[in-house]
Design a protein around this ligand. Structure first.
Ligand SMILES: CC/C=C\CC(=O)SCCNC(=O)CCNC(=O)[C@H](O)C(C)(C)COP(=O)(O)OP(=O)(O)OC[C@H]1O[C@@H](n2cnc3c(N)ncnc32)[C@H](O)[C@@H]1OP(=O)(O)O
Length: 302
């Protein structure tokens, strides 16, 4: 227990200033309709939370169309939703899924990393770190119901979860494909993948920027289960019920035991990691290749 409490105190102490900054933006999110049983339900423009108080579970639906790219605003709303659910004793687990057909998340928002100033890049990167830390260390059971393609940052978000269920659709590839964009996945992206699929598979996947279709994703262990598309949510629900059967304190402590060393690495090197990112992303060559990639995405339509 001391470890869990210590970890929570450390995490909160380090993360609070930024979270306070988020809450200082009124009007973006806020309490809405009641969820029944005295449970407050809430929504924000980009995150829809569907609480099931009887089960102790909330479904968090990402709806930042067209592709659920992880913009600064969207990350902010996701984090506020997570924090509210963590602070509400009704909830023991969340299922994160997408409200955008065919797309879980297109990953980090490329427009946040292109043509902006260094201050913006630093702010954005801090929010990405925060997303990873808060989801990776959440005391809730977090299950990803992956109902669409999930490259790069989208894959990272699902890797922070305790369990991943992927819809069996050949279009729904998942992986850390950063090298294909000419960028390098930071050490904590890499560590999360290594912790999930092992060193050798992670090395190959990262160097080649592999996006795994469902059968491959299951074989390598990027996801835990592949099911027909219409069974993703129900499977996530039944897996959640199994996880919630475990005594909460023992499960939470075990989660922290497994994840703390990885999280600590970022917590101790957080500022240096931001500086590295800003230096890297500001390079002319990187800006050019990101611009070219975005242009390619836009021209695909025409
Ligand atoms: C250091 C670590 C750094 C980075 C980690 C990352 O996460 S980088 C982001 C990596 N993501 C990708 O490589 C995915 C890029 N997107 C796609 O491959 C496709 O968009 C996708 C997800 C397969 C969906 O294809 P679809 O045909 O359905 O949509 P389309 O490509 O036409 O995209 C619609 C509009 O969304 C814009 N967009 C797509 N992805 C992003 C993104 N990651 N960030 C910002 N914007 C994105 C795309 O340009 C289209 O814009 P529009 O103005 O409508 O033309």
């Amino acid at each position: 227990m001391a470890l869990a409490v210590g970890m929570r105190v450390l995490t909160r102490a380090l993360l609070r200033p930024w979270a306070r900054g988020l809450r200082a933006a009124p009007g973006r999110t806020g309490p809405a309709a009641g969820g029944g049983d005295g449970v407050r339900c809430f929504r924000s423009p980009r995150v829809l939370v569907e609480p099931d108080p009887a089960a102790g579970v909330a479904v968090v639906k990402m709806r930042n169309p067209p592709v659920n790219s992880l913009s600064l605003e969207f990350l902010t709303e996701l984090l506020i939703s997570l924090e509210k659910l963590e602070n509400d004793k009704t909830f023991h687990g969340i299922i994160i899924t997408s409200d955008c057909p065919g797309i879980f998340s297109a990953g980090l928002d490329l427009t946040e990393m292109c043509g902006r100033d260094p201050e913006h890049y630093a702010e954005y990167w801090k929010a990405v770190q925060e997303m990873w830390l808060r989801f990776y260390l959440s005391n809730l059971v977090v299950i990803a119901a992956i109902n669409g393609i999930s490259p790069a940052g989208g894959c990272l978000l699902s890797l922070t979860c305790d369990y991943r269920v992927l819809a069996n659709n050949p279009k729904y590839a998942i992986g850390l494909n950063e090298t294909l964009l000419g960028i390098v996945a930071p050490f904590w992206f890499k560590d999360t993948l290594v912790n999930t699929i092992g060193h050798r598979s992670a090395e190959r996947a990262l160097q080649l920027g592999l996006l795994f279709p469902p059968a491959e994703a299951l074989r390598v262990g990027v996801v835990d289960q592949v099911v027909p598309e219409d069974q993703v949510q129900s499977t996530a629900r039944s897996v959640m019920a199994q996880w919630l059967d475990i005594p909460d304190h023992a499960r939470q402590l075990t989660k922290i035991l497994m994840r703390k060393p990885t999280a600590d690495r970022l917590l101790t090197e957080r500022d240096a990691d931001i500086e590295n990112f800003v230096r890297f992303i500001c390079k002319d060559s990187i800006q050019k290749s990101l611009h070219a990639y975005l242009e390619k995405l836009k021209q695909k339509k025409g």
